[in-house]
Design a protein around this ligand. Structure first.
Ligand code: GLU
Length: 418
């Protein structure tokens, strides 16, 4: 399976192998669990606004189909590769299994810089991608959602393109779409609110009081910004946030509403008044109680894991901590880690609710959505913490073990065809 060879995919495999060793999963079951079931690469030619034609690469990886349709986001980013997408699909599998959702993992991506494309170019690219993916997706086959660089509008275009193809409206083909066309109340905020909820639980567990805590958030996109606001609501002081260009730091606390307004206007945090500029690398090392990587993979590495200063590391991003960093963090019991597949699961949980609502054409109130979200997060948190304590393993090992074991069991029960 050399096509997936890439640092992020290798990292996901390493995590899997460590847990598989611990669970004593026999060698002949490992390949089936680890490698993606199906993947698709497409060339996406579009007409650009200047009259030229450009071709982009698009991918979709479906990791396993054992428990139901596959589920996962669609990422627009210049560094997207099939290996990265495969790693993200694998993490989606363990995330869905950990939280008890009837899905396998999937992920998609287009290698592009969405900031450099106009809205009409983005629409053409998204519609072309959807068209190319039609043989591969379906509301009972593979259901997409937003990820980095995509949003509700992207999902609306996918739903429209797919529905035009089928001849009737199929809202269940995507989640994270606007509420006006079958989206769920609370979906946009779900990931960040889930992160906030779990941080609050981690504060209880570690005996810290929210109003004595400072938080540093790397990434101020949908997940990072909602997390920051949600922490502020719990009484935490958010002292630094960042975007892809760098961060802003004020040890006295940032005015988040002003930061959000500034970012909307300037499309960047750089130059935000009353705060010190820091790089994304410096930001991770700032003194704080709560550190939230909410951007790309592989941010906490062997180079900085010994130097981070937090008490709670809440992994809102997928794969922000490398296995080499984990070895160092294992020697730092003062840091409580909420591992990614647990920490950011709120998004896919409410995606699941959205899909169920679409299939039944019966919609819930926001408080029903939030109540059900927090119940599932609470159960997953309690099960992970319980295993971590009882078996004296890290929170990451516990979360991955629970997820991987459930998929392994399902595969065993279904057997191998023919
Ligand atoms: N992209 C999000 C994730 O990584 C959400 C996926 C979904 O809702 O299907 O979990």
């Amino acid at each position: 399976m050399d096509i997936y060879n890439n640092p992020t995919f290798n990292m996901a495999c390493r995590q899997f192998d460590l847990v598989a060793d611990r669970l004593q999963i026999p060698d002949d079951e490992r390949g089936r669990l680890k490698f993606p079931k199906r993947s698709m690469t497409v060339a996406l030619p579009i007409h650009c606004d200047d009259g030229s034609t450009k071709v982009f690469a698009g991918y979709r990886v479906q990791h396993h189909l054992t428990l139901g349709p596959t589920k996962g986001g669609l990422r627009y980013h210049p560094d997207v590769t099939i290996g990265e997408v495969a790693a993200l699909a694998m993490w989606m599998s363990w995330k869905c299994a950990l939280t008890g959702l009837p899905y396998g993992g999937a992920k998609g991506g287009i290698t592009c810089d969405p900031r450099k494309l106009s809205i009409t170019e983005l629409e053409r690219l998204t519609r072309r991608y959807t068209q190319e993916m039609i043989p591969f997706i379906g509301e009972k086959v593979d259901v997409m959602a937003p990820d980095m660089g995509t949003n509700e509008q992207t999902m609306a275009w996918i739903m429209d393109t797919y529905s035009v193809h089928t001849g009737y409206t199929v809202p269940g083909i995507v989640t994270g779409k606007p509420v006006a066309i079958g989206g769920s109340l609370g979906r946009r905020e779900a990931t960040g609110r889930g992160v906030g909820y779990l941080i609050n639980r981690a504060l209880d567990t570690t005996g810290l009081a929210a109003n004595n805590c400072r938080a540093v958030v790397q990434g101020f996109g949908n997940v990072g910004s909602v997390t920051a606001f949600s922490l502020a609501k719990y009484g935490v002081k958010v002292v630094a946030v960042s975007d892809m260009f760098g961060g802003i730091y004020n040890p006295k606390g940032l005015d988040l509403a002003a930061v959000e307004k500034y970012q909307e206007e300037k499309k960047s945090l750089a130059g935000f008044p009353g705060a010190e500029a820091v790089t994304n690398e410096q930001l991770l090392l700032l003194p704080c109680e709560i550190l939230v990587p909410a951007a790309l993979e592989r941010q906490i590495t062997e180079a900085n894991a010994g130097k981070i200063q937090c008490r709670i590391l809440a992994e809102a991003a997928n794969g922000p901590t490398t296995p080499e960093a984990d070895v160092i963090l294992d020697q730092r019991p003062e840091i409580f880690i909420i591992p990614d597949i647990l920490c950011n699961a709120g998004g896919v949980i409410v995606s699941y609710f959205e899909w169920v609502q679409d299939l039944q054409s019966f919609f819930w109130t926001e408080s029903e959505v939030m109540d059900k979200l927090f119940r599932i997060m609470e159960t997953a948190f309690a099960q992970t913490l319980n295993m971590s304590r009882k078996q004296k393993v890290t929170m990451r090992t516990a979360a991955l073990s629970l997820g991987i074991k459930r998929v392994q069991e399902a595969k065993k029960l279904r057997g191998l065809f023919p």
